[in-house]
Design a protein around this ligand. Structure first.
Ligand code: NAD
Ligand code: TYD
Length: 350
């Protein structure tokens, strides 16, 4: 089986590539990534020399390039993670999100359809990795289920919702075998430090202010990234065509609670006085259209496939803090932009 994984140099994609390339040595894994600011081949140094792994630099928005790649590689399946993923950037530059998340997804769907209907190789699955943000915002109670109506509020979530609809339309119209999963907020190693948890870790480490939007009362349902990768593995192999699954941690926290926890863990690890890092908390102007609460009901995935999160939040946060403290070079590289030269060094000159 030859699997195209898009966005494999990003945060979640790198964990999915690692899991598939190491767990399934008989699969061929092709990682296609444009290496935007969020893509980093240093996330994959431990797998880059595996014989069943290959990296290709490319843009999913380039339809001709994608079609040629499919013709040349004859993929049997796609796991699609490539996306613009940061809500704040989507507010500043919505069109980039439409281009990558909507048009890029349609390009992949078109070539997958060709592979499914015309090519001789068997095309087994188009797995689309999506987000719980498509469901909009919850009040104080209730959970998102697979039948919750879509109600996106940010350009990011609207672009992901569009892509979900298109993936489903290719199943209903062309019988393309698809699976969609909608996951809650991930955290863990290799998370780009523009998102809440890695940004806070970076700023606490450097004694810089921690920006908390509004009153910090917004709630997110946090899942350790390796648990997400495990769920993708299960669903890729076992979910029936046309199905949708929610993935989430049953792990709701207000943003301010997460920040307080991180401050306390890091004070202890860095030998700082109790309460030192909480003084860095800086309440700033709220995000426009800021969704109040996300929370996932993952009962379907649990009942049908036996998946539950394996990493508790306290343990996962500590693991994550340790990883960032032990990987200073990675963190300094991505905050200085130095990592963007790695591709040239590793792949062009060889
Ligand atoms: P990320 O921003 O860390 O990584 C995205 C990757 O896609 C990067 O490597 C980037 O270089 C690549 N990419 C961007 N545009 C591209 C293009 N035009 N062509 C090829 N590659 C391109 O994102 P992430 O947090 O790892 O998210 C991965 C997927 O999971 C996204 O689809 C996102 O919507 C979804 N998701 C994320 C979360 C989360 O908490 N991070 C939760 C649920 C779902
Ligand atoms: P983020 O990590 O950007 O993920 P998402 O917006 O996809 O949920 O943000 C998580 C929460 O943290 C969200 O409610 C916005 C908030 N937030 C801050 O308070 N400060 C920050 O600097 C960032 C990046 C996010």
């Amino acid at each position: 089986m030859k699997i195209l994984i898009t966005g494999g140099a990003g945060f979640i994609g790198s964990h999915v590539v690692r899991l598939f390339a190491t767990k399934y040595p008989h699969y061929k894994i092709v990682n296609l990534d444009k290496l935007t600011y969020a893509g980093n081949l240093k996330n994959l140094t431990d797998v880059e020399n595996l014989p069943n792994y290959k990296f290709i630099k490319g843009d999913i928005c380039d339809a001709d390039f994608i079609q040629n790649l499919f013709v040349h590689e004859q993929f049997n399946a796609v796991i699609h993670l490539a996306a613009e993923s940061h809500v704040d950037r989507s507010i500043s530059n919505p069109l980039e999100f439409v281009m990558t998340n909507v048009i890029g997804t349609v390009n992949l769907l078109n070539s997958s359809r060709y592979q499914f209907q015309v090519a001789e190789t068997v095309f087994q699955k188009f797995y689309h990795v999506s987000t719980d943000e498509v469901y909009g915002s919850l009040g104080a109670t209730g959970l998102f289920t697979e039948t919750t109506a879509y109600d996106p509020h940010s350009p990011y979530s609207a672009s992901k919702a569009s892509s979900d609809h298109l993936v489903r339309a290719y199943h209903d119209t062309y019988q393309l075998p698809i699976v969609i999963s909608n996951c809650s907020n991930n955290y863990g190693p290799f998370h780009f430090p523009e998102k809440l948890i890695p940004l806070a870790i970076h700023n606490i480490k450097n004694n810089k202010p921690i920006p908390v939007y509004g009153k910090g009362e917004n709630i997110r349902d946090w899942l350790f990234v390796e648990d997400h990768a495990r769920a993708i593995d299960l669903l890729f192999h076992q979910a029936t065509s046309g199905s949708t699954y929610n993935i989430g941690g049953h792990n709701e926290w207000q943003n301010i609670e997460v920040i307080n926890l991180l401050c306390d863990i890091m004070d202890q690890k860095l030998g700082r006085a109790v309460g030192h890092s909480r003084q860095l908390i800086n309440f700033v102007k709220d995000r426009a259209g800021h969704d109040m609460r996300y929370a996932i009901d993952a009962t379907k995935l649990q009942k049908e496939l036996g998946w539950t999160p394996s990493v508790q939040f306290a343990e996962g946060l500590e693991l994550t803090v340790d990883w960032y403290l032990n990987n200073e070079i990675w963190l300094n590289d991505v905050t200085s932009g130095g990592y963007q030269h790695y591709y040239e060094e590793q792949y062009v000159k060889r």
